[in-house]
Design a protein around this ligand. Structure first.
Ligand SMILES: Nc1ncnc2c1ncn2[C@@H]1O[C@H](COP(=O)(O)OP(=O)(O)OP(=O)(O)O)[C@@H](O)[C@H]1O
Ligand SMILES: [Mg+2]
Length: 242
């Protein structure tokens, strides 16, 4: 379903406004993996290791310097911050249906498909369509972001820290919703999180990323029961226990 082959993305960072000192950040430095249809590939790793850059390369928001990404079908992305990613001046109907307006679909069809998408994320209250993002809770806003991704009926969705900004009590509801959607529509996920417990709950296969590279890829079971790489062990050891 998804095939990522030796992709690289380097950024050049200047050390200050008036200096010519430049530093190359190897955000993604030769990453390869594949995801089977209907499965979840969980991507974990510390802050700044290149997860979001990888997500952008896979969804085509960024172009890789080297390497290739092959996808079998439509892809969409859901970001971490459900406030920042939803335009506060647009109604829910406009936000969720935006891609269809751009394609010039007629109004009735758009409204029907927006309602279908909202029903899929269990936001089917009849006056949802005319409300604005600030009238919803964080969890509801993330459902709206998911509904927006679902409007294309994508076969593959990249979820970049989809629950990280949410209260723990809200997280489970979103994670279970994502699992239900996957079951019903056999959607493939790339699920990104720095929270290893969340990754374990969601994933079939897990990749551990460090400084732009994948240091270990294994089934979720093996990653947690018999981690091979030292960094994986370090991450597992630092999971807080309650
Ligand atoms: N547009 C950009 N220009 C320059 N450097 C960038 C750019 N985007 C990312 N970087 C750098 O690339 C590295 C990887 O960033 P990225 O956002 O992919 O990390 P991440 O794993 O998603 O981190 P987090 O867990 O904090 O979200 C970082 O050092 C970051 O500063
Ligand atoms: Mg990120």
């Amino acid at each position: 379903m998804v095939e990522v082959d030796s992709i690289k993305k380097y950024f050049v960072k200047r050390n200050g406004f008036f200096t010519r000192d430049e530093k190359v950040v190897k955000a993604v430095d030769g990453v390869s993996f594949s995801i089977k249809k209907g499965e979840t590939f969980g991507l974990a790793g510390g802050s700044g290791c290149g997860k979001s850059t990888l997500a952008k390369l896979i969804t085509g928001i960024l172009k890789p310097d080297e390497g290739t990404v092959s996808l079998n079908g439509a892809v969409d992305i859901v970001f971490q911050d459900p406030f920042g990613s939803l335009n506060p001046r647009m109604t829910i109907q406009e936000i969720v249906g935006e891609a269809l307006y751009i394609r010039g679909k007629d109004k009735e069809e758009i409204e029907k498909r927006v309602r279908d998408s909202l029903r899929m994320v269990k936001l089917s209250d009849s006056n949802t369509l005319t409300k604005y993002p600030h009238q919803f809770s964080g969890g509801e806003r993330q459902r709206i972001a998911i509904a927006r991704a679902l409007i294309h009926r994508p076969e593959f969705i990249v979820l970049d820290e989809p629950v990280s900004s949410l209260d723990v009590s809200i997280q489970a509801g979103i994670l279970n919703l994502l699992k239900d959607l996957q079951q019903e529509h056999s959607i493939t996920y790339l699920f990104i999180s720095h929270d290893l417990r969340v990754v374990e709950f969601m994933s079939d296969v897990v990749g551990i990323m460090k400084e732009g590279s994948l240091v270990e890829v294994a089934s979720a079971k093996d990653i947690y029961n018999s981690p091979k790489h030292e960094y994986t062990r370090h991450l597992i050891a630092s999971i807080p226990t309650i």
